[in-house]
Design a binder for this molecule. Structure first.
Ligand SMILES: [Zn+2]
Ligand SMILES: [Zn+2]
Length: 194
């Protein structure tokens, strides 16, 4: 009798396994949907980070000098605190003014410059990912990996009800001709997680 696919895990949306920036092993990001509560923990090297550390402010000033009408532009990023008034000089007439800047909050994540898939808060690359015939194959975390394995290895893949995980899988993962290769990668990933 063929094994019918049945969903086993459902709570894998909230965490992501990423490559630890410190030791290169797997680190766990929790609360990927909310940077304020997000945390990163590595059980191999004890690195800890919180999403709050990524919050920075940018201050902008754009005005015409009240004395000589010369345009004054000021921009400063990477501020940990919201700045109050800033003193800006005019390049043209040497007057200076106390101005309240416009403030923009932003997240300064890491690692986004490389072309891989990253966690949405810290920006570290997913631990389970590799190229599969020119397409990026990845698992967000261990539960996601096991769920894909269970789906790909089952003979009967009819879905008794709507399953977001399976419906979202790219076609190459579901194709019968790729089945063996996909299972092999999943097995390799499972072995790499210690
Ligand atoms: Zn580490
Ligand atoms: Zn001026």
């Amino acid at each position: 009798m063929q094994k019918r696919y049945k969903q086993q895990y459902s709570s894998y949306y909230n965490t992501a396994l990423v490559v630890c920036p410190n030791c290169g092993e797997d680190a766990l990001v929790k609360n990927v949907g909310n940077y304020k509560q997000a945390s990163l923990e590595c059980r191999h090297c004890s690195l800890r980070k919180s999403g709050n550390e990524l919050v920075f402010y940018k201050a902008f000033i754009k005005l015409y000098c009240p004395s000589c009408a010369h345009p004054i532009r000021y921009e400063q990023g990477k501020l940990k605190e919201k700045p109050q008034n800033i003193t800006v000089p005019c390049d043209e007439c040497d007057a200076s003014f106390q101005v309240q800047p416009k403030i923009e909050k932003y997240l300064d994540s890491y690692g986004r410059e490389t072309g891989l898939i990253h966690d949405p808060v810290f920006g570290y690359p997913y631990f389970f990912q590799e190229d599969f015939k020119g397409k990026l194959f990845w698992a967000k975390n261990r539960e996601h990996l096991l769920e894909m394995e269970s789906y790909v290895s089952s003979g009967l893949r009819t879905l008794p009800y709507r399953m977001r995980m399976v419906e979202r899988l790219p076609t190459f993962i579901k194709e019968a001709k790729n089945r063996e290769a996909i299972l092999k990668i999943l097995q390799k990933w499972k072995n790499s997680y210690k």
